[in-house]
Design a protein around this ligand. Structure first.
Ligand SMILES: C[S@@+](CC[C@H](N)C(=O)[O-])C[C@H]1O[C@@H](n2cnc3c(N)ncnc32)[C@H](O)[C@@H]1O
Length: 247
């Protein structure tokens, strides 16, 4: 099933990118709108249920606030909660996040498997960042939360790292902004390298499905084609958006 979930306030719920921890609404309001998004994702068949442990999620949020160095981020509290919840529900053994900048997006996914928000045991959680300095900062940030090394950041081009990955990919998170020519269009290049490694039911999450929809049109056409993904929901509850798809 293909669907769009759009909250009534998607274009007025706006964060300041330099203030990632500033609360924009009550926890009750945040929980409710994310629940509506999860319900839409479940209806489409991406996840079997919508239950996650909120106390663990809030412990994760607190640890990121206390221990991460985040110069800026476009991950809203709603998006942070949705990413955590999808991972907590799907429990991917192997997670890959492409284009992780300082690591905030990566840990929003991997935080369900490592650190104080952990609710299951993963095998490998890999964040990929092409800029070596940013990769080093992201790795420092992740180490401050995950002493185990299950989650780690590698410096490299996500297209190459995914192509070389030697195992199944159960969840792929896409956020790389590519080069001048491709921009976020690089999502499709990365997914094409991952696709054959993704077992049926594997999930792919694409940030900026709303504000980069034009640049992502080939990617969005791919995941909304039944031949490639049996379910895909465009979640628009902030100006960025997230396309949530299942193979
Ligand atoms: C815009 S940032 C993502 C930020 C994220 N949305 C947030 O709010 O925190 C995109 C990152 O992708 C990285 N990137 C671009 N092309 C890449 C590639 N081919 N492989 C890995 N990382 C890449 C960039 O260096 C940049 O740090």
């Amino acid at each position: 099933m293909k669907d769009t979930f759009r909250s009534a306030d998607w274009d007025t719920y706006k964060m300041e990118y330099s203030k990632p921890h500033k609360r924009l609404e009550s926890l009750d309001a945040e929980r409710a709108v994310v629940q509506q998004a999860l319900d839409a994702i479940q209806r489409a068949g991406v996840v079997p249920h919508t239950a996650y442990d909120e106390a663990r999620f809030l412990a994760h949020r607190r640890a990121v606030e206390e221990r991460f160095e985040i110069p800026w981020t476009a991950i809203t509290h709603r998006m942070q909660r949705l990413l955590y919840a999808v991972n907590a529900i799907a429990q991917p053994a192997n997670l890959i996040a492409a284009g992780v900048f300082c690591g905030n997006t990566f840990i929003s996914n991997a935080g369900a498997a490592v650190g104080p928000g952990a609710c299951y045991t993963a095998r490998r959680c890999i964040g990929i960042e092409i800029k070596p300095d940013e990769a080093a900062r992201a790795e420092r940030n992740v180490r401050a939360i995950d002493p185990t090394g299950v989650a780690r950041v590698v410096a490299g081009d996500a297209v190459d790292v995914v192509a070389a990955f030697d195992g199944p990919i159960h969840l792929l998170y896409l956020d790389a902004d590519g080069d001048k020519e491709r921009g976020k269009g690089i999502y499709l290049d990365i997914l094409e390298q991952a696709y054959d490694k993704m077992p049926p039911g594997a999930i792919v999450l694409a940030h900026n499905s709303a504000n980069a929809a034009e640049r992502l049109k080939h990617y969005l056409a791919f995941v909304r084609d039944d031949a490639h993904c049996h379910a895909s929901v465009n979640v628009i509850f902030d100006v960025e958006g997230l396309e949530v798809s299942a193979k």
